[in-house]
Design a protein around this ligand. Structure first.
Ligand SMILES: NC(=O)c1ccc[n+]([C@@H]2O[C@H](COP(=O)([O-])OP(=O)(O)OC[C@H]3O[C@@H](n4cnc5c(N)ncnc54)[C@H](OP(=O)(O)O)[C@@H]3O)[C@@H](O)[C@H]2O)c1
Length: 212
């Protein structure tokens, strides 16, 4: 039987690519997000089970973890809206804690957390700190979690990302920035998703080999 992979935030910018690739690779794929399947509908959407649920309301999604081999946390925010209660503490740290804790409870073998690669220290300081805290939370439940730290994903529906990529390439040549940016490598969101799925597949194989 195909391995079941549950992707929280599977309708998002990265999540959609990951969900699609995983379904095309033959995984049994479940995406969990508040709005469900992305709009407009596309033919590949039928290969995925789209569950409409709020991550903070466990009873809406707990059942989908049954028999899952992998849980991926693709929920996260880059900008806080404190007045609306949208904070790093809630959407980056608490979500990771909730998902890792519930996945562990239900004995899901592999947990994958999409963190982020830090670059110039003063930029988005609180965002990166929240990602580090989230990683710590995840490690409490899954010491061997797969933690991915992408740089920037570039995609046509996020036009600003192409501009930012060009800007980074430009300032990387300056001595001051080259220190911080040598390891910061923007990639298309499609390539990013492919790399992540490759890492998930490899990790699953190594976990399975260990059991035999
Ligand atoms: N984009 C980048 O360049 C980049 C770079 C490095 C790291 N990352 C990390 O990668 C992850 C994904 O980023 P992204 O840009 O793909 O994010 P995104 O496009 O904003 O997607 C977020 C997803 O989370 C879902 N979601 C939000 N709140 C939810 C809730 N309460 N319950 C259930 N689902 C919820 C959204 O769907 P609904 O709104 O329908 O619920 C959506 O599917 C984040 O953790 C981010 O920090 C991104």
């Amino acid at each position: 039987m195909a391995d079941k992979i549950v992707i929280f935030g599977g309708s998002g910018f990265l999540g959609q690519r990951l969900v699609r690739l995983a379904a095309e690779k033959g995984y049994q794929v479940v995406s969990v997000s508040r709005k469900g399947a992305p709009i407009p509908a596309e033919s590949w959407h039928t290969k995925v089970e789209w569950v409409k649920a709020d991550v903070f309301v466990l009873k809406e999604w707990q059942m989908v973890l049954e028999d899952a081999e992998v849980v991926v946390d693709c929920i996260g925010i880059l900008q806080q809206k404190k007045v609306a209660g949208i904070t790093y503490a809630k959407f980056n740290v608490e979500v990771a804690q909730i998902l890792a804790s519930e996945a562990k409870e239900q004995k899901v073998p592999l947990f994958v957390y999409i963190s982020a690669k830090r670059f110039i220290p003063i930029i988005l300081k609180q965002y990166f700190e929240s990602k580090q805290q989230a990683e710590k939370q995840v490690r409490c439940y899954y010491p061997e979690a797969l933690i991915i730290r992408p740089s920037l994903f570039i995609g046509k529906e996020r036009q600003g990302t192409q501009l930012l990529d060009r800007f980074i390439k430009l300032i990387r040549k300056l001595p001051f920035f080259s220190n911080f940016l040598s390891d910061f490598k923007p990639q298309t969101v499609e390539t990013g998703a492919k790399d992540i799925l490759g890492e998930i597949t490899q990790k699953l194989v190594s976990l399975e080999n260990r059991q035999t």
